[in-house]
Design a protein around this ligand. Structure first.
Ligand code: COA
Length: 163
């Protein structure tokens, strides 16, 4: 299998990203929302490619020494092949290098696959937002990982990638 390459996401990529959104979310972002997100300040959007094809993407919002993972998805065909792991590892490493200490996200309580992914990265649940997702009515689990700037977390990232 070709290696996964993570790189900056540009406007020209947005049709491919929108196709993934539509395939993977009940309530997908429109192209316009994606474009506005990309243009907004304090964002970091990346794409994962394999053999030149876009297979996933990740968007982060930065607030001082905290980062919020706004979105992450892979193509249905690429699920379970390490794409999200590569995107998250790249993002947390880059964020930590710029002074980010803690990272948070919300995940649907029924989305156990995503929760497994986040747990491997050390994200732990700290609360629940009831009925957060309007389309499904599902609750959101709020997760945090602390101290991603430390050498011990860098070692954790290295072991996740090696696995
Ligand atoms: C949630 C989501 C992003 C996970 O992406 P993914 O690419 O499947 O994640 P990964 O492949 O990195 O890891 C998932 C599994 O593959 C395994 N894996 C990781 N690297 C691997 C590799 N190189 N080869 C084979 N399997 C691998 C992992 O062990 C993991 O197994 P587990 O699910 O039993 O824990 C993806 O399923 C998705 O897009 N879902 C729809 C959108 C969504 O729910 N987004 C999250 C919103 S909060």
């Amino acid at each position: 299998m070709d290696p996964i390459v993570v790189a900056e996401l540009f406007r020209v990529d947005l049709d491919a990203i929108h196709a993934i959104e539509t395939a993977q979310f009940d309530d997908p972002w429109s192209l316009r929302v994606l474009r506005d997100e990309l243009d907004a300040p304090n964002r970091r959007y990346t794409k994962a490619t394999r053999g030149g094809e876009i297979v996933g993407y990740l968007g982060v919002m930065l607030v001082d020494a905290e980062a919020h993972v706004n979105t992450i998805a892979t193509t249905p065909a690429a699920e379970g092949t390490g794409v999200a792991t590569a995107l998250l590892a790249d993002a947390i490493r880059a964020l930590a290098a710029t002074g980010v200490r803690d990272v948070t996200l919300e995940v649907a309580s029924r989305n156990l696959r995503a929760q497994r992914l986040y747990s491997r990265f050390g994200f732990a649940p700290v609360g629940v937002r009831r009925g957060y997702y309007p389309h499904s009515g599902d609750d959101a689990v709020v997760m945090w990982v602390r101290d991603v700037h430390t050498p011990s977390y860098a070692a954790k990232l290295a072991s996740i990638e090696a696995a």
